[in-house]
Design a protein around this ligand. Sequence first.
Ligand SMILES: Nc1ncnc2c1ncn2[C@@H]1O[C@H](COP(=O)(O)OP(=O)(O)OP(=O)(O)O)[C@@H](O)[C@H]1O
Ligand SMILES: CC(C)(CO)[C@@H](O)C(=O)[O-]
Ligand code: BAL
Length: 300
Amino acid sequence: MMIIKEPKELQQELKRRRFEAAKQGRELTVGLVPTMGYLHEGHASLIRKARANDVVVLSIFVNPIQFGPNEDLDRYPRDAARDLALAEKECVDIVFMPEVQHMYPQPTKTKIQVEGLTSSLCGASRPGHFDGVTTVVAKLFHITKPDFAYFGMKDAQQVAVLSQMVADLNMDVQLVPCPIVRESDGMALSSRNVYLNEEQRSQALVLSASLKEAYELVQEQKSTTAAELKKLLTERIEAKPLAEIDYVEVLTFPELEPISEQTRLSDYEGDIIAALAVKFGSTRLIDNMLFQKKDVALHV
Ligand SMILES: Nc1ncnc2c1ncn2[C@@H]1O[C@H](COP(=O)(O)OP(=O)(O)OP(=O)(O)O)[C@@H](O)[C@H]1O
Ligand SMILES: CC(C)(CO)[C@@H](O)C(=O)[O-]
Ligand code: BAL
């Protein structure tokens, strides 16, 4: 497994590998898994999907420009040694772990902004966040030129925003959305779970539990409306004294448009997402459930 810090070095290494393959009449496919490190089973699931490619590139970079001034950039969990061990175990070919000065030798004057999709949910609570995400992911795409790039549906809005960017800018990469990996008790894996104390962790289970209940309700009662779903989720979360709701939304996916409160989920022609962001102490967690047409949940 190679470890590379300099963007230029990664570009040259991939060029070299593609050239060697072409000499043998082969075309290399490259799979990219972008992460911020402190790896867990959710990241491992993306890496395993990416193994369908000839070369798996895992990027580990805590991207400063996607954090707001009062967010957790400084205390974001980091453990390079553990990350490298997991990457090795999962047969990653190249780990790209640049320092901030490698990715941003000077403050970037170029930013990519996806309109509309970034104005709700996490985009509303974290102004500028998605500009930071799209800009760094575009840089990673330019450095790596991946055929496929793997993203978790835990960050469903991120998937919607990046898909729009790829389509709008004719980027020659296929995004692969991957299902949410959960603990056995339902909790969505997240690097930030490490911030939670025992009581917060226990109460945070309400996120996945209420989404599961919402899913079951839609299965049982085809007449369930968006408003009823939102009410159920809000009530369950509000019952937890440590929970502070940032948002509880029921929107179309991937357009992220509001649907009328009285719309029955079973009547809507496209996919619908129930998305949550809730703070426990200073830790903000997100989770979601996608309802596909005919009330089939994709990402339980
Ligand atoms: N539980 C999970 N299941 C599937 N994919 C996941 C999961 N958690 C994170 N990912 C995906 O891994 C990629 C890298 O995410 P990131 O490094 O921010 O991890 P994270 O656990 O989401 O961290 P954070 O706690 O900062 O939200 C993203 O595409 C993200 O959606
Ligand atoms: C895609 C990403 C690696 C960009 O920094 C980040 O937003 C994340 O970890 O989801
Ligand atoms: N996975 C999302 C990255 C962030 O919260 O900044």
